[in-house]
Design a protein around this ligand. Structure first.
Ligand SMILES: Nc1ncnc2c1ncn2[C@@H]1O[C@H](COP(=O)(O)OP(=O)(O)OP(=O)(O)O)[C@@H](O)[C@H]1O
Ligand SMILES: [Mg+2]
Length: 198
């Protein structure tokens, strides 16, 4: 879960993806590589269905317990060494962007820094309602640029902020949680995610 730009939804996506794996019955560890510790704070507030560790505590935990999935939340602008480590070690690399032009250009710069032949997918998040054209334009732009964008995006919904404030999975938030979770359930049906879950 990575991006060059800050505030594009990496942590929110990492938490939701971890929830998705946990809901499928897997034991998940989310490693929070961001010095801002947003994922750890989310995890410490309440009741996530998986554990959150930092890069400092993860090794000890992994030596003690076996996990089916390790999800990594990076800070904005990972270094090239961090990118190489990520690329080498993971089964699914998700590059996150919002429909904003600046976010898409940061994404382009980041993917150019990936080692050749890196396998990754782009997750478009904070997608506005269809009454605004920005989401469709962004999907179109990403496809035109030849970027491997997942066809299921994640809608822009207030409920994500409530979920992080309450330290809960988004589907546990009464107002709007179910609607938000539909996107993740649809995402799980796409081949790259489905492959991991089977
Ligand atoms: N789908 C969404 N709809 C609405 N708001 C969202 C969505 N995803 C994330 N947000 C909000 O956008 C803000 C930034 O999200 P998040 O912390 O996940 O981004 P980030 O890329 O991890 O940021 P940073 O670079 O600071 O680590 C948060 O306030 C979050 O609640
Ligand atoms: Mg973050």
């Amino acid at each position: 879960m990575t991006a060059f730009k800050g505030g594009v939804g990496k942590t929110t996506s990492a938490i939701c993806l971890s929830c998705l794996f946990a809901q499928s019955g897997y034991k998940v560890l989310l490693i929070d590589y961001d010095p801002n510790r947003s994922a750890s704070v989310w995890g410490s507030r309440g009741s996530l269905p998986f554990q959150v560790a930092t890069e400092n505590t993860a090794n000890r935990l992994m030596a003690k317990e076996k996990f089916d999935f390790i999800v990594i939340d990076t800070p904005a602008r990972p270094t090239s060494a961090e990118i190489k480590e990520l690329v080498d070690g993971c089964d699914l690399l998700l590059a996150i962007t919002t429909p904003a032009a600046l976010s898409i250009s940061a994404l382009n710069i980041m993917v150019q820094s990936f080692p050749p032949k890196t396998k990754y997918h782009v997750l478009l998040t904070v997608v506005p309602p269809s009454s605004e054209p920005d989401g469709e334009i962004a999907f179109h732009t990403l496809r035109e640029q030849g970027l491997p964008v997942l066809e299921q995006g994640i809608q822009r919904l207030k409920v994500y902020e409530h979920a992080s404030a309450e330290g809960k999975p988004v589907y546990e938030i009464k107002r709007g949680g179910k609607k938000a979770w539909e996107d993740w359930k649809e995402l799980a049906k796409l081949q790259p995610i489905k492959d991991l879950l089977t």
